[in-house]
Design a protein around this ligand. Structure first.
Ligand SMILES: *[C@@H]1O[C@H](CO)[C@@H](O)[C@H](O)[C@H]1NC(C)=O
Ligand SMILES: *[C@@H]1O[C@H](CO)[C@@H](O)[C@H](O)[C@H]1NC(C)=O
Length: 231
């Protein structure tokens, strides 16, 4: 039941990717440059009020084989999602939506762990040069709690920071921050960075590089209260 809900919601997330997600940050690689590593730390705010839909906050990397790496922080009604008895907390897990020929997409989900508002949820994505899989590790307040390793041989094409209403009628997603976002490319590309402002009224998130465009770091990105609905 839980699995079915999650799979359906994840599938919906992918199908609706252009319409239902509020993508605050979208950064696309060009030509033969790809993403090899990224890290982002969510300082999560209050839970939505009322709890009537599945509100998810995530960073993500879309890969060239269409697997979708997604460190998820989510809140929804009792009985939905991956955390039991979530109550007034957020549910956090490493997650990859794996693209398969036979069934479309299948989620691969790490351990789901609840946290309180104010917690720091860091997701680290790294293309492991030895296994050529993507190691995805999610930390709460500095402690590793959830991991998946997936997507052998795939390359990172797009980095996202987003807000999603994946099911139900979602209340406004409360304000939150993203600290220490860092993206590493396969080779330097000065054109990867942008000075344009981010979507949905987000402020900060100024990008800079100290190595001519291979590593891109952000200043803290602040996302205001954001209305979200299933598209
Ligand atoms: C994590 O740290 C924050 C800030 O100190 C605190 O408010 C929060 O309760 C902590 N979360 C957990 C799960 O320990
Ligand atoms: C960019 O961020 C990474 C990861 O947090 C960090 O190791 C590195 O020192 C940062 N670089 C600069 C120039 O601040």
């Amino acid at each position: 039941m839980k699995g079915a809900f999650a799979a359906a919601s994840a599938l919906a997330a992918l199908i609706q990717h252009t319409s239902a997600n509020n993508d605050v940050v979208t950064l696309v690689t060009k030509d033969d440059v790809y993403i090899t590593e990224a890290v982002a730390t969510l300082v999560v705010g209050n839970i939505p009020n009322p709890i009537t839909g599945d509100v998810a906050l995530w960073s993500a990397i879309m890969l060239d084989g269409e697997d979708f790496l997604q460190g998820v922080t989510q809140n929804g009604p009792a009985g939905s999602g991956y955390c039991d008895n979530l109550g007034k907390n957020w549910c956090n897990f490493a997650y990859t939506l794996v693209e398969t020929l036979i069934s479309g997409t299948t989620p691969e989900v790490g351990k789901a762990v609840p946290t309180t508002p104010g917690s720091l949820i860091k997701t680290h994505y790294k293309l492991n040069p030895t296994t050529t899989k993507w190691d995805q590790d999610l930390y709460i307040n500095g402690t590793l709690v959830s991991s998946v390793s997936t997507s052998k041989g795939q390359k990172g094409n797009i980095f996202y920071v987003s807000i999603e209403c994946s099911s139900g009628t979602c209340a406004t997603a409360p304000a939150h921050k993203w600290e220490d976002i860092s993206i590493v490319l396969s080779k330097a590309d000065q054109s990867f960075g942008t000075t344009e402002s981010w979507q949905f009224g987000a402020t900060g998130g100024k990008m800079s590089t100290a190595d001519s465009g291979k590593t891109w770091n952000f200043t803290t990105l602040s996302v205001p209260d954001t209305p979200v609905s299933v598209g």
